[in-house]
Design a protein around this ligand. Structure first.
Ligand code: HEM
Length: 368
């Protein structure tokens, strides 16, 4: 582009293509001669969602590109955190927008619903792209009528989704990045061994506290000890790599053993300066999962309100199907699970001084 073109003036309407956007609402009810007032709201709400999906996917593609580098530049971790924060704010808005849709009553919806068959949110390619880029794999999905989720798209759409499925998702890349964490062993310090000792000591203390109290009855003590046994078996997964790998094979966990350890380390020692940013990154992923799940629940509730037990225009069982996706389509659940593995700061293995210096910023006062 030459300089003249670069700095030529542009009008608001032309730049934003306002005419194109505002002339893209074609009410089916009007076309068939039975104008339904609320169809305008229905169309605009969906269009606004699609625009926000576009922005989310734009951010995701940029994060995925930065994280695809063999060595993720530290600066890019900060940029990714900012972009994830943006996605989270958009997702909060997507949840709120359901309230606007709900200003339409079920009866008003029925005025035009019959003209929508078989159109459905199922056919939102951008929504599927977002899910796949985040890391929702096909085998993790709940399907309806035993059909693959991509069967509703044209060949181009299916190819696009296939391409994304074959490439690395954000979850895959964050897993790789965690696996490269250099902190788990440092000289004589072996994080796993030290952590395991600390967990055993912590559970031992809790057992002793239960047994030693005279406030609880013998029966309650036994019940509490049994519950503690359950916690113990949860920790056992992180104590035993083979057991963890079996859970991954069974589809109960997604994150590799090494990546889980790294995520745990980052959570436990997040006060160390060099771990601030990685901790924020993992927290943002959990928040994205929370927001997406909140949207799924809210959307399912809205569907219940609008349709009751009616089936969806896309052919699913409607509310029932959507409620299952809300319960099952978690992408970053393994990062939620890390909370189960946390132990109090007072029980944390003390890091060797030379190691701590490596985790601090080289210019920090403590290291001078
Ligand atoms: C009156 C409002 C709405 C109703 C009654 C409704 C109904 C449904 C139903 C029944 C389904 C299940 C698929 C089917 O059988 O059709 C579905 C899926 C979906 N809807 Fe909506 N919807 C509404 C608004 C919206 C809005 C505003 C969006 C925003 C884009 C949206 C996005 C989606 C998406 C992405 C799915 C696929 C979800 C999945 O498979 O995980 N829906 N909707």
């Amino acid at each position: 582009m030459n300089n003249e073109a670069k700095f030529s003036s542009v009008h608001y309407n032309t730049y934003l293509q306002v005419d194109k956007i505002t002339s893209a609402q074609h009410l089916r009810s009007t076309e068939v001669g039975e104008a339904a007032h609320d169809e305008m709201l229905f169309i605009i709400t969906h269009q606004v969602y699609e625009l926000w999906f576009k922005q989310i996917n734009f951010e995701l593609r940029a994060i995925i590109s930065d994280f695809s580098a063999r060595n993720v530049n530290e600066k890019n971790v900060g940029i990714a955190v900012s972009r994830l924060e943006r996605i989270i704010e958009i997702m909060k808005l997507l949840v709120q927008q359901i309230r606007i849709m709900e200003t339409m009553t079920p009866l008003d919806f029925l005025d035009f619903r019959n003209y929508l068959f078989p159109a459905s949110g199922f056919q939102s390619l951008q929504f599927r792209e977002m899910e796949v880029m985040l890391g929702l794999k096909e085998d993790m999905r709940t399907t309806y009528n035993n059909k693959p989720y991509h069967c509703v798209f044209s060949e181009t759409g299916r190819e696009k989704l296939e391409g994304l499925e074959k490439g690395n998702s954000l979850l895959d890349l964050v897993e790789d990045w965690l696996e490269r964490t250099p902190f788990l062993e440092f000289g004589d310090f072996n994080f796993v061994a030290e952590y395991q000792k600390a967990v055993k000591a912590m559970i031992g203390k809790e057992q002793a506290a239960i047994m030693g109290t005279d406030i609880l009855s013998e029966e309650t003590k036994q019940m509490r000890l049994a519950l503690l046994g359950d916690t113990n078996s949860y920790f056992a997964g992180i104590m035993d790599e083979n057991r963890h790998n079996t859970l991954v094979r069974e589809g109960k966990l997604k994150l590799s053993y090494k990546a889980t350890l790294a995520a745990l380390f980052i959570h436990l020692y997040r006060d160390e300066p060099i771990l601030h940013q990685p901790f924020r990154l993992l927290s943002k992923l959990v928040e994205i999962d929370d927001q997406l799940t909140t949207w799924r629940y809210r959307h399912a509730q809205m569907v219940m309100r609008m349709l009751g037990k009616k089936v969806g225009t896309g052919g699913s069982s409607g509310h029932e199907y959507l409620a299952v996706t809300a319960a099952r389509h978690h992408i970053f659940s393994d990062f939620h699970n890390v909370s189960t593995l946390l132990i109090p700061r007072s029980e944390l293995p003390v890091l060797p001084e030379v190691f701590r210096k490596n985790l601090g910023f080289y210019f920090s006062a403590a290291n001078t």
